[in-house]
Design a protein around this ligand. Structure first.
Ligand code: KG4
Ligand code: ZN
Length: 344
């Protein structure tokens, strides 16, 4: 079991990768169709699944071509089967099952969140971390659907320390962007505008920041922003957008760093992984880097292409599990949910 072809279609991005069991990414191709969803201010599940049907097979051919491999040189197929949008997951899973049957190659269904956790261990010609897949890590997975802090004991052995009680951090970014009229997808737009803003101009709540658990909550923040935006005129909002974005973003970043800090202090673990779409946020990246230096923590943040949804991370999980003798059977179902710590 050397090489896997991986398929990721859990949300709106269609992605295919070919990954070696060492974590080397031989090819990664993605179709991101944000513009198709933009007029609706969020992801429309039907549009997402239709796009996956259109782009998946051409992307699979492109991934093989870019890696200069034929089906004979692919030893396994990895596919995200949970959690995600049902229609989107079905397209990827059914395609993986069909290819597995047609080419007589085993396949495995992978938990999307486990993919995010292993993303820092990928490597390519421009990213070569010296990371052994062993030892204890703290991993904060921050995406549009999840915000969870894990104790990563070894590959396939994770325990959850805490998670958001309501909205995910990415959802909080996206909802704020929508309310402020910034469009979709929101996180990047808030990040960009915040760079020219004053983070102390508006005061937003930092819920559960002093709570003795590792749990978080972002729905109060969203409600507070909604109240503030309703109290301002359209002109006031547009004039103060950079300050609004910087202040809102600072509230999210403060909570995430406070939880990481508590986890490092309580567990004594000095290796931290930041992963998931929100770890692309420039303020979060720079502030966690400063925090890590101060606390003498080794911080690992994958490059942007492995932070956001991508098939390479699914390939790495799949091939490592297949090398341990784990495979899926044709009756595997997709699932919209997954318990935060349930990767098996
Ligand atoms: O991991 P991901 O690509 O997909 C999910 O599994 O959800 O994460 C997507 C989330 C979205 O909420 C998006 O707004 C957020 O990541 N995001 C960002 C940035 N880039 C993506 N949030 C803040 N700042 C960014 N630069
Ligand atoms: Zn994701």
């Amino acid at each position: 079991m050397e090489t896997t072809l991986a398929i990721e279609t859990s949300c709106d991005d269609t992605s295919v990768a070919i990954v070696h069991h060492t974590g080397q990414v031989l090819s990664l191709v993605c179709a991101t169709k944000d513009l198709d969803h933009e007029p609706y201010g969020g992801i429309v599940p039907e549009i997402a699944s239709r796009n996956h049907s259109l782009y998946l097979l051409p992307l699979i051919e492109e991934a093989l071509k870019k890696a200069n491999l034929t089906w004979k040189e692919i030893h396994g197929i990895s596919v995200t089967n949970r959690p995600g949008l049902m229609g989107s997951l079905i397209v990827g899973l059914m395609t993986a099952k069909s290819l597995s049957q047609a080419f007589q190659i085993p396949f495995i269904g992978v938990n999307h969140l486990e993919g995010h956790l292993l993303a820092p261990f990928l490597r390519d010609s421009e990213y070569e971390p010296e990371l052994p897949l062993e030892g204890s890590f703290l991993a904060l997975a921050i995406s549009g659907g999840h915000t969870s802090l894990y104790h990563f004991k070894s590959f396939t052995d994770y325990s959850i320390l805490g998670a958001t009680k309501d909205d995910a951090a990415g959802e909080a970014f996206d909802k704020f962007a929508k309310m402020a009229g910034l469009g979709f997808p929101g996180g990047v737009k808030v990040d960009q505008l915040a760079r020219q803003g004053d983070p102390t101009k508006f005061v937003f709540p930092r819920a559960m920041i002093h709570d003795p658990t590792f749990d978080m909550s972002f729905s109060g923040l969203k409600a507070s922003a909604q109240r503030l935006l309703e109290s301002l005129t359209a002109e006031e909002i547009s004039l103060q957008l950079p300050d609004l974005c910087a202040s809102y973003q600072a509230a999210i970043v403060d909570v995430l760093i406070a939880k990481l800090d508590r986890a490092v202090k309580e567990t004594g673990i000095k290796k931290v992984i930041l992963t998931g779409g929100v770890s692309a946020n420039s303020e979060l990246r720079s502030r966690t880097q400063q925090w890590a230096q101060k606390r003498k923590v080794t911080l690992m943040i994958p490059p942007l292409r492995y932070c956001t949804d991508n098939a390479a991370m699914i390939g790495l999980v799949g091939i490592l599990r297949m090398r341990q003798g784990e495979f899926s059977s044709l009756d595997l179902s997709p699932s919209p949910m997954s318990l935060s710590g349930d990767f098996n």
